[in-house]
Ligand binder design. Structure first.
Ligand SMILES: Nc1nc2c(ncn2[C@@H]2O[C@H](COP(=O)(O)OP(=O)(O)OP(=O)(O)O)[C@@H](O)[C@H]2O)c(=O)[nH]1
Ligand SMILES: [Mg+2]
Length: 271
């Protein structure tokens, strides 16, 4: 954490704005809790990435919530390139004052300089590639730039630092850890598979019961979580010889299907 923090801090002096990437399915839990302290009052745009995997209704709630709190936020899908134009436009709005002041001092207009930060696997590289598409070759073509800090041009109006800042999530909080594991932000080996699946099933039972019933052909959801596992195992054949439920295998199937949207677009926390 200290190293990640130092690396981001060093880059802050070079940039105008931070693009903080979070997972739209868990906008709060996928933030690094130290981020505010690290970036201090540097302008920031919060990007709820992987919005294509999240419940659109809840994403709207998050966006309104941020708006009310004075936080600039956008929902995007880096994989498909949705929301890319809005990123540039929003950054321009956020930095209007700064650039006006620079112009008043006679400083020549230049592109907005941004740094992408976020926890592992949140989509930082995908976003850079998406934004950079047209001009990335230009950056890569020049020899001897590997060690130097280099900028990736995004049109005329934006430049990105080529290496994003990686900030680790914090999962001292059990529930944050379970959410990160459910969405695949942290490796499955960190937490017990069955614990993750139990957490996810209970969450679905409460928030998305119809998705759960439909996917696993259940008339009703059994109260007892073990029976729920058994029912899913019976339907999916995740049993050991002798017909007993293989709980690990069943847990793995449940988690995999949640992550690949087989149970629909899900968001695991509300504002
Ligand atoms: N569905 C969907 N998948 C995405 C989106 N953005 C990224 N991904 C996928 O998420 C995975 C991780 O993306 P990366 O861009 O490698 O994430 P990263 O933040 O650079 O990860 P690290 O380099 O490990 O820190 C990849 O499989 C991407 O294809 C998105 O908006 N929607
Ligand atoms: Mg990456």
């Amino acid at each position: 954490m200290a190293k990640a923090r130092r690396q981001v801090t060093e880059k802050l002096s070079l940039i105008d704005i931070v693009f903080e990437l979070v997972d739209a399915r868990i906008p709060a839990s996928s933030r690094n809790p130290m981020i505010d302290e690290i970036i201090k009052n540097k302008p920031r745009l919060l990007l709820l990435n992987k919005a294509d995997k999240a419940d659109p209704k809840v994403t709207k709630e998050w966006i309104s919530y941020y708006k009310e709190s004075g936080v600039h936020a956008l929902a995007i899908n880096s994989q498909a390139g949705e929301g890319m134009k809005q990123i540039v436009n929003e950054a321009k709005v956020i930095l209007t004052d700064k650039f006006d002041k620079m112009a008043a001092k006679g400083i020549r207009p230049r592109a907005i300089r941004a740094l992408i930060v976020g926890i592992p696997n949140v989509g930082k590289s995908t976003l850079i590639n998406r934004l950079a598409k047209k001009n990335i070759a230009q950056t890569g073509d020049r020899p001897g730039i590997t060690k130097a800090q280099s900028w990736i041009k995004v049109g005329k109006e934006l430049e990105l630092l080529d290496t994003p800042g990686i900030l680790w999530p914090k999962f001292e909080d059990q529930e944050v850890g379970l959410k990160l594991a459910t969405t695949g932000a942290i490796k499955d080996t960190i937490l017990n598979l069955q614990d993750i699946a139990v957490y996810a099933l209970r969450f679905l039972e409460e928030n998305y019961p119809d998705n759960l019933k439909e996917r696993f052909d259940l008339d009703q959801i059994p109260d007892d979580i073990v029976i729920l596992f058994d029912e899913i195992a019976k339907r999916r054949g995740t049993m050991m010889s002798g017909g007993l439920t293989d709980y690990d295998k069943t847990a793995e199937l449940i988690i995999r299907e949640i992550r690949t949207e087989k149970l629909g677009r899900l968001t695991f926390e509300k504002p």
